[in-house]
Design a protein around this ligand. Structure first.
Ligand code: URA
Length: 213
C-alpha cells in the first residue's frame, strides 16, 4: 500500500544526514496528506513554523494555501503537500538550485515514484526550476502545463509567500491567477480520476494534528 511505503520512507527521512542543511534544522520535514492522492503540491522547503511542527506548509504560507485550496474545492487531507527540500535553510534563505536538486533526488523522487500522481502543482520558482528547468520564470510559466523529466504532468503557480508579499491590486490579480491555476489542475485530475474526492466537508486543521516537536 502506498501509505505504508510512504511511512517507511518517512522513517528513513528522519535519519537523513546527506547535506549540511540538516544541522541547522530541528529535523527534516516530510509530506502531509493522502498517499492515494492523484494531485501533489510541491513547495520550496520548510520555514520556521514547519520546522517546529514537522509539517509542510503549516505556517502563514500554508494557511493561505489552505484557503486557496478550499476555494478550488480541495482540502489538505485529500491531496498531498510536500517540498523540494526537507530541511529548513538557516535564516529561511531560498535554497540553491544545487541544494534543491540533491535533496529532491534523494527524497522527493522517491515520494513521487510511490504516489505516482496524475498532476503536480509546482508552488513557486524553486519547484518550477527543479521540475521544469532553471531558466523558466514563474511570472511567464505559471498556468501552463509541462512535463517533468520523470514524465509527470505539472503546472506551476505562484508560491503563497509571494502572494503574502504583494498588496492591493497586484495581490488581488495574483490571487485570481492562483485560483485559476488550481481550477485547471483540479479539472485535469477529475478528467483522469473522476471518482476521487478532492475535498472533505471541513478544511483540515493542521494544528490539531501536529504538535510542536
Ligand atoms: N513552508 C513549506 O513547507 N514550504 C514552503 O514552500 C514554504 C513554507
Amino acid at each position: 500500500m502506498k501509505s505504508e511505503e510512504l511511512q517507511a520512507l518517512a522513517a528513513q527521512l528522519l535519519n537523513c544526514n546527506a547535506c549540511p542543511l540538516r544541522k541547522d534544522a530541528i529535523a527534516p520535514v516530510g509530506w502531509f496528506g493522502n498517499a492515494d492522492s492523484p494531485i501533489v503540491f510541491i513547495g520550496e522547503g520548510p520555514g520556521g513554523v514547519e520546522d517546529n511542527y514537522g509539517c509542510p506548509l503549516i505556517g502563514p504560507s500554508g494557511q493561505l494555501l489552505d484557503k486557496a485550496l478550499w476555494a478550488a474545492k480541495m482540502t489538505r487531507d485529500r491531496v498531498l503537500t510536500t517540498n523540494i527540500i526537507k530541511c529548513r535553510p538557516k535564516g529561511n534563505r531560498t535554497p540553491t538550485i544545487e541544494e534543491g536538486k540533491q535533496c529532491a533526488q534523494l527524497w522527493l523522487e522517491k515520494e513521487l515514484s510511490i504516489i505516482k500522481p496524475t498532476v503536480i502543482v509546482a508552488l513557486g520558482s524553486v519547484a518550477l526550476h527543479y521540475l521544469g528547468s532553471p531558466e523558466l520564470r514563474i511570472t511567464r510559466a505559471r498556468g501552463q502545463w509541462f512535463k517533468s523529466a520523470q514524465g509527470f504532468d505539472c503546472i506551476a503557480t505562484f508560491h503563497p509567500s509571494y502572494l503574502l508579499r504583494l498588496a492591493g491590486h497586484d495581490q488581488v490579480v495574483a490571487k485570481w491567477n492562483v485560483f485559476h491555476d488550481l481550477e485547471e489542475a483540479r479539472k485535469k485530475v477529475l478528467e483522469i480520476t473522476p471518482t476521487y474526492q478532492l475535498m472533505s466537508q471541513q478544511p483540515t486543521d493542521l494544528f490539531s494534528l501536529f504538535k510542536k516537536r
